[in-house]
Design a protein around this ligand. Structure first.
Ligand SMILES: [Mg+2]
Length: 221
């Protein structure tokens, strides 16, 4: 197999098992304001920036006929829950081994995440192996205009590494992330969560060049 010029990694749900915690925090916060979020709406929040999710959840609360909290009021409920839960996030299977192998093969790498700097630092702190990836495009990156599913985050990562997006392998677990990487022209590897309903899985498949059951399954030449 031909090696890529660079590998671009999503963080949440791809390298770290954070998505159940994010979903739980949004679910509990929405419930606090009177809205029970069904699983398909929770899935729709995956891979996106916090600010985009705040707007989305406030819209859903309004549509349900409840009083809409301000963004600050919503985050005041959601953030403490998320921060408490995320402290215990485990690595995804094969994540650490893959980064170590790519480092040994001298393949360039970047983290391309919708999470902002403070959240990334908090989530990465218990996992020093994530420091193998030195280039980072974050959700609150000052050079970033639009977040996933727009192509901007992956385009910016390729630009910073000095490589062509089409020569990059992008690794994603969410639909927003896979669509972002696809729109940027990357070769898209998707590692879907195991608990996905069939409809969500087929939407993910449509945005993927390759599906992997786990990062352990990637073969490098
Ligand atoms: Mg993700």
């Amino acid at each position: 197999m031909k090696r890529p010029a660079a590998c671009l990694f999503d963080l949440d749900g791809l390298l770290l098992d954070t998505e159940p915690h994010h979903a739980s925090a949004w679910s509990q916060a929405a419930a606090y304001f009177g809205l029970l979020l069904p699983p398909d709406q929770l899935l729709g929040l995956r891979g996106r920036r916090r600010s985009d999710n705040v707007d989305q959840v406030r819209t859903w609360i309004g549509e349900s006929g409840q009083v809409v909290p301000t963004a600050a009021e919503l985050l005041a409920v959601q953030q403490p829950i998320a921060q408490r839960l995320l402290r215990g996030a485990a690595p995804m299977p094969g994540a650490r081994g893959l980064l170590e192998r790519l480092r040994d093969l001298e393949v360039a790498m970047a983290l391309v995440t919708s999470s902002g700097r403070e959240a990334v630092e908090r989530k990465c702190a218990p996992h020093p192996w994530l420091g193998i990836i030195s280039e980072r495009v974050l959700g609150d990156d000052p050079e970033l205009t639009a977040g996933k599913p727009a192509p901007d985050p992956f385009l910016l990562a390729a630009q910073r590494l000095g490589v062509t997006p089409g020569n990059c392998w992008a690794f994603e677990d969410s639909l927003a992330g896979a669509r972002s990487a696809r729109a940027a022209g990357c070769v898209v590897y998707v590692v879907p969560g195991t608990e996905l309903p069939a409809a969500a899985l087929s939407r993910l498949e449509a945005s993927a060049d390759h599906l992997l059951a786990s990062l352990e399954d990637l073969r490098l030449g």
